[in-house]
Design a protein around this ligand. Sequence first.
Ligand SMILES: NC(=O)C1=CN([C@@H]2O[C@H](COP(=O)(O)OP(=O)(O)OC[C@H]3O[C@@H](n4cnc5c(N)ncnc54)[C@H](OP(=O)(O)O)[C@@H]3O)[C@@H](O)[C@H]2O)C=CC1
Ligand SMILES: CC(=O)N[C@@H](CCC(=O)OP(=O)(O)O)C(=O)O
Length: 372
Amino acid sequence: MIKAGIMGATGYAGAEVLRICASHPEFEVAVITSDSEAGQQIADIYPAFHGVYDNLVLEPHATDSLLSCDVVFMGVPHKAGMLHAPRLVEAGVTCIDLSADFRFAHAADYEAAYHVQHAAPELLERATFGQPETNRAALDELAARHAAGEAVIVGCAGCYVTASILAATPALAAGFVNPNAPIIVDAISGITGAGRKPSARTHYCSGDESLEAYGLPLHRHQPEIALSYGRTLSDAHTPVAGDASVRPAPAHVIFTPHLAPLKRGILATVYLPLAKDAEINDASLHRAYEKAYAKSNLVTALPQGVWPKTGAVAGTARAHVNASLNPNERMIVAMAAIDNLGKGAAGQAVQCANIVFGLAEDAGLGGVACAS
Ligand SMILES: NC(=O)C1=CN([C@@H]2O[C@H](COP(=O)(O)OP(=O)(O)OC[C@H]3O[C@@H](n4cnc5c(N)ncnc54)[C@H](OP(=O)(O)O)[C@@H]3O)[C@@H](O)[C@H]2O)C=CC1
Ligand SMILES: CC(=O)N[C@@H](CCC(=O)OP(=O)(O)O)C(=O)O
């Protein structure tokens, strides 16, 4: 078994990692942390864990118990990941960070998006972006370094970014999209996306029976989406393969997040203007989506004409995607549905850890949503 710790196990994402690990063949959770509820059993906070994790007691985040783990999942807020990672890595512990702190390859990009100085830029060299379907080669390279004895870091892609990337990447990579025109991303999230602590915007009376946009004009996820799209567009239109010093320009992205009265789920709808010379039809567009995800057990291009819905992936690490062509406006409309806590957080974190530890990438992630 692989000894796992979960930092921030009282949070929604950390608790979801704990739930997945309950039926994971290799990751055995030995340490869980919280400062606010240290000393309590996790089952007293989340009753679902009675009979599953009896006697698993929360320790403070600074506990030395984490240092004896093989892997620590960090379900902690942005700015906390980079403060805790150095001590763990120093002790030889591989970190799967769900915060934004290790998602960017360059500290300057992180600092521009999060308006804070990176506290551990020297660790970025040990880290890679945790979005397996679009960054598999880098994760495999990280797995090789881990197998050679190095403690490594995965900066897991966040929920909106995962849905936006999965929806658009097949069209971007196929060269169908105009690299110079704005791409519009409208994404709708369930309320667990905002974490466990309610705010004026997310508490029951505000969030229930209501749908609202927020975060305009520049939500912090816009730069992550624009950088990812920019890289894919550059590879498709002006490849600079093998030259790591060339940094593709971010794509032009208008991103508007919305909050919906759902517990879990994200539906991202992406409007992609066709490249001038793109001659495609619905069938060839659909073939590109099928081909992009043909090898994935967790991401499914739905049959032509079937559109993703959040209920069909809720509680799972799966994603459903599809796209449609609007020939009159020369526009592709692409969609992805995920569970923000599943493929958008804990499910993807476990998928990344599976890859780093040389396991089947979907180990422990085979669950299917309740039929609805
Ligand atoms: N919710 C979601 O859908 C998604 C979340 N994420 C990311 O996952 C991370 C956790 O999110 P979420 O579970 O929603 O958040 P929550 O607010 O629900 O939980 C936060 C957790 O972090 C712990 N924590 C707070 N401050 C610190 C600190 N300084 N050092 C260590 N731990 C700390 C808290 O512990 P304590 O009990 O001590 O307060 C708590 O367990 C965030 O970075 C978030 O962006 C990523 C994708 C989707
Ligand atoms: C509904 C809601 O408030 N969502 C959060 C994003 C979810 C999240 O945790 O951010 P990461 O994906 O970067 O980890 C927000 O808009 O800030």
